[in-house]
Ligand binder design. Structure first.
Ligand code: HH2
Length: 285
């Protein structure tokens, strides 16, 4: 059975796994500013866990599609570290993931007891990140993106030739080579096609449709479709919080394609849908 090893244990991928999102940022595209106090963050953590999250992913720097603002290491730590401490105290059995591109932030988070480093730059932006992850035996999410934090979710680099999936795979390959050289065990690595990151709607649909080709590389695949623009385009839903049903549809399609880990804001609807889809997929006739 496949499992995902991380700094404090491992997660078996014998069923779909859900990563619940907690952004402690003023400017995230769909939940910016909602969880700025530790008390508000705590309540949201309780909700994510109660609704069935297997992991909670805490982030202190937005990559919002409208163009994000880079934050300093100190500011990012001030946002995330108290919330990480609260998560570990309140939910000691739920692995915590830190969503950061900065090795300094990852190191402090791992020292506190975080299990997973979710790097949306797949080790491109901070040369110290692979060693920090290797040293802690952290689980790592290597997500495809192009450019820096401020423009990676814009269309500034959203130019692809015909085969988007092939380009995404080719651009992720150096990252897992770097991971291997740094001594990160292969079973710690999860790949993510980076939905909406340097991708127009058509590109996000193409990578979701071809997610099985990413899974065929042998690493578990995580997708982060939650409330994203391409869903708004398909369903005519401009308000991000109203994209929950479209999110569920995209996640079920990705599960059928081979994804096993799902990063979402709205845990319960995705938990139910993915569990039912999995029960059907697992039924031998
Ligand atoms: N998407 C976002 C942030 N982190 N991490 C992974 N692995 N995959 C993703 O698709 C992904 C991610 C962007 O979404 P969100 O956190 O809701 O917004 P923001 O970047 O505005 O904080």
């Amino acid at each position: 059975m496949v499992s995902w090893s991380h700094a404090t244990g491992s997660i078996s991928l014998d069923r779909p796994r859900i990563v619940g999102i907690l952004n402690v940022t003023p400017d995230s595209f769909s939940d910016g500013g909602l969880f700025r106090s530790v008390e508000d963050a705590r309540r949201q953590l309780d909700r994510l866990v109660e609704e069935g999250a297997d992991v909670v992913d805490i982030g202190g720097e937005s990559t919002r599609p409208q163009g994000a603002v880079e934050v300093t290491d100190e500011e990012e730590m001030a946002r995330v570290l108290p919330v990480i401490e609260a998560a570990l105290a309140d939910h000691p059995t739920v692995p915590v993931s830190i969503d950061t591109t900065k090795a300094s932030v990852a190191r402090r988070a791992l020292d506190l007891g975080v299990s997973i480093v979710n790097d949306v730059s797949a080790f491109r932006l901070d040369p110290d990140m692979p060693e920090v992850c290797a040293e802690a035996k952290a689980g790592v999410v290597l997500m495809h993106s192009r450019g820096g934090v401020t423009d990676m979710a814009t269309f500034a680099h959203a130019t692809y030739d015909r085969d988007v999936v092939a380009e995404v795979i080719a651009e992720l390959e150096p990252s897992f080579a770097v991971a291997k050289r740094a001594g990160i065990a292969p079973d710690c690595v999860v790949l993510d096609p980076g939905i909406g990151f340097s991708k127009r709607g058509e590109h996000s649909l193409a990578v979701l449709s071809g997610v099985g080709r990413l899974a065929a590389l042998g690493f578990p695949v995580l997708v982060g479709v939650s409330r994203k623009r391409f869903i708004g385009e398909v369903t005519g839903t401009p308000i991000a919080t109203e994209r929950v049903w479209g999110t569920v549809g995209a996640n079920v399609a990705a599960l059928l394609g081979g994804a096993r880990i799902f990063r979402v804001h709205d845990v319960r609807p995705n938990r139910h849908a993915l569990d039912v889809a999995w029960a059907i997929m697992s039924k031998s006739t």
